[in-house]
Design a protein around this ligand. Structure first.
Ligand SMILES: [Zn+2]
Length: 384
């Protein structure tokens, strides 16, 4: 048994009362609070908190670190990823995955919602050094290929499911056919769906006006003139009604998600989490979502790093730093809640991760210099 206390403790949702302590058993499971008489508490410098949840990552793209330039816009970024993602030996790709996982562990991340197009991450994930939910990503604009895409996705899903939860998801509204959306929806009862949502202004324009930079991009892929099957006053409002089955939704990026879109989602009353990836947003579009509006409207916020193709690190402290700098009026507890308990809820892991609660084994992370502007100094005291 061990007992921890610090100047400041955060329980996954709120700051704890001054002088609080937590007691964990030898495996790191929380067995009591504020019982220092059972075991002399270790006093830690800085802030103690549960392990963090990276709600959106693409571990399989880790080898693309430092390969692309910033601020090129989404379409140019997508073209770069599509043309270079396969230019690598599998052994090199796996090495980059292992290094990226190690980095996340060192930065206090205990669980990841990870997008997968192949099985490169399967071996690393099977070692269970951290918790995973694999989102098997389906992409494809050609309706004739839907059976083949679904078959491939089922194969990946069943492999991942041998060691952890996995669900089938769509890449983005502009990169899938209507038939593929319907097929994924059919397979999504009781599962978590994740989608890259409104990452660029051009995405909205495509669904509003059937015009803009996505049209030649799509025509270049399909080899056919673009014909819009879905129209709406925004991308989200055009596609979201087709995704009625998932038990919960993770909308990722939301860089161009407007007030009307949030109101539209609230009217649907579905279980929705908005995932912020601030470093990736700055890297690709050089812009952040309307974060203050999401908070005013009581949206549930989680945080992701996205991949090393569009980020320099896989560290949620670095994401929080961007949010703290750009939204100084927001209390730190909001971001920590997003990175801890809310993230665990988004990945259906709240029964064992995300907060200091009796019986959970959420990991214990020390943020040594939390009240300074410097790069976060972090120590992992207990594993999840
Ligand atoms: Zn992504």
């Amino acid at each position: 048994m061990k007992s921890y206390t610090a100047d400041t403790l955060f329980d996954g949702k709120n700051f704890m009362l001054e002088g609080s302590s937590i007691q964990v058993d030898n495996s790191g499971r929380i067995i009591s609070f504020n019982q220092p008489e059972n075991c002399q508490p270790i006093h830690c410098e800085g802030l103690l908190m549960p392990g963090m949840i990276n709600a959106h990552c693409h571990l399989e793209l880790s080898h693309l670190k430092n390969k692309f330039t910033q601020h090129t816009g989404l379409i140019s970024f997508l073209k770069s990823v599509m043309s270079t993602r396969h230019e690598v030996e599998e052994s090199h790709r796996i090495m980059a995955i292992v290094d990226a996982e190690q980095r996340m562990l060192e930065r206090g991340i205990v669980a990841v919602g990870d997008i997968c197009n192949g099985l490169s991450t399967a071996e690393t994930k099977a070692k269970a050094r951290m918790h995973y939910h694999s989102f098997v990503e389906c992409v494809g604009l050609n309706e004739d290929r839907v059976p083949e895409i679904m078959q491939h996705a089922f194969t990946l899903q069943s492999t991942f499911q041998k060691t952890h939860a996995a669900s089938l998801v769509l890449h983005a509204p502009y990169s899938v056919s209507k038939l593929l959306m319907e097929s994924i929806n059919k397979e999504s009862s009781n599962s978590i769906h994740s989608i890259h949502n409104q990452e660029s202004a051009e995405e909205n324009r495509l669904f509003q006006e059937a015009r803009g930079e996505f049209v030649p991009f799509i025509e270049g892929i399909t080899g056919k003139p673009y014909s819009a099957k879905l129209r709406g006053s925004s991308s989200l409002q055009a596609y979201f009604p087709l995704l009625s089955n998932p038990q919960q939704h993770l909308l990722v990026h939301n860089t161009f998600c407007a007030e009307e879109d949030i109101d539209f989602l609230h009217a649907h009353k579905q279980n929705i989490f908005f995932c912020l990836c601030p470093n990736a947003n700055m890297f690709i579009e050089n812009r952040l979502p309307l974060v203050t509006l999401f908070l005013q409207k009581d949206c549930r916020i989680v945080i992701g790093t996205d991949s090393l193709a569009s980020n320099y690190d896989l560290c949620l402290f670095s994401e929080i730093e961007v949010l703290r700098t750009n939204f100084p009026e927001v209390d730190l507890s909001v971001w920590l809640h997003a990175a801890c308990l809310q993230g665990a809820k988004a990945l259906n892991m709240e029964n064992h991760l995300g907060s200091f609660e009796l019986g959970k084994k959420p990991g214990v992370v020390q943020w040594i210099n939390w009240n300074k502007k410097d790069k976060a100094k972090v120590a992992v005291l207990e594993k999840a």
